[in-house]
Ligand binder design. Sequence first.
Ligand SMILES: NC(=O)c1ccc[n+]([C@@H]2O[C@H](COP(=O)([O-])OP(=O)(O)OC[C@H]3O[C@@H](n4cnc5c(N)ncnc54)[C@H](OP(=O)(O)O)[C@@H]3O)[C@@H](O)[C@H]2O)c1
Length: 268
Amino acid sequence: MGVALVLRSEVPSVVAGSHVTGFMPFQEYPLLPKEMAGMLMPLNNPRGLPWSTFVGVLGGTGQTAWMAWEEFAKAKKGQTAFVTTAGGAVGSIVVQIAKLAGMKVIASTGSDDKVAYVKELGADVVFNYKTIDTKAVLEKEGPIDVFWDNVGGTTLDLALDNANTGARFIECGMISGYNSPDLKPAAPKNIMKVIEKCISMHGFILPFLFAKEGLLGKFWSVMPGLVEEGKVKGREQVWRGLEKWGEAMHAVLTGANTGKAVVVVADE
Ligand SMILES: NC(=O)c1ccc[n+]([C@@H]2O[C@H](COP(=O)([O-])OP(=O)(O)OC[C@H]3O[C@@H](n4cnc5c(N)ncnc54)[C@H](OP(=O)(O)O)[C@@H]3O)[C@@H](O)[C@H]2O)c1
């Protein structure tokens, strides 16, 4: 997803001089066919926020976190949420939304620096899953009512084992499998728990949420205010120049990124 300044346009819905967001090729001056015009969303920025905000906390990242939470979490004050990759772009926003909903938040992430950051965001129990046993934490701090799954694999299995009856699993990503030869994470062995514990699992991709009537409008009526008031913070790690794209993607897939990985091509 990118944000672009329109320099020239031959369709009325895309106005020269305005900013738009959508899927973009990795080019400094993309030339998009007319057929793609409908996939570009015009951006209003009355608060004068940095344009990178619209690929991060107010872009696809924030929309993924807020809209899927709104749609599937059925959050109840005092219940417990477990959020994975909690120091990353989507995960860190989910942590903050879950806290605003009054939930106890257990959060896992892959470095001590990220643990410190997620604690700052208000999560109740934060641990580095590379050095601390996830199973022991969930057995002590669970059971879980909402599981935000960004990793899949063995963590999903442990969440199934430590879920409460009626838990909601939000299947956002399975990054533990993205570097495996078949792109698949380890298959869960505990899937039977879905039946025993009456768990509902909700997989989604962002366009599916865009198609839900009124949901995106609700996002725009709520999130910019929360961001402006500092109630939801989005951390970014910026690489400058298109040639740095590979570096940024490598960081995301090795866990070296801190916050939303953003490649800035131009500042306007
Ligand atoms: N469904 C949708 O529409 C949608 C939209 C956007 C994103 N997503 C998903 O959301 C997840 C987070 O994406 P993001 O853009 O916010 O990235 P991110 O969390 O900023 O970066 C990815 C993080 O994943 C963790 N990671 C990397 N390799 C891993 C591995 N092998 N095993 C376990 N964790 C690993 C690392 O965090 P740690 O240091 O904490 O391990 C890394 O920092 C991804 O699974 C992505 O596919 C889904």
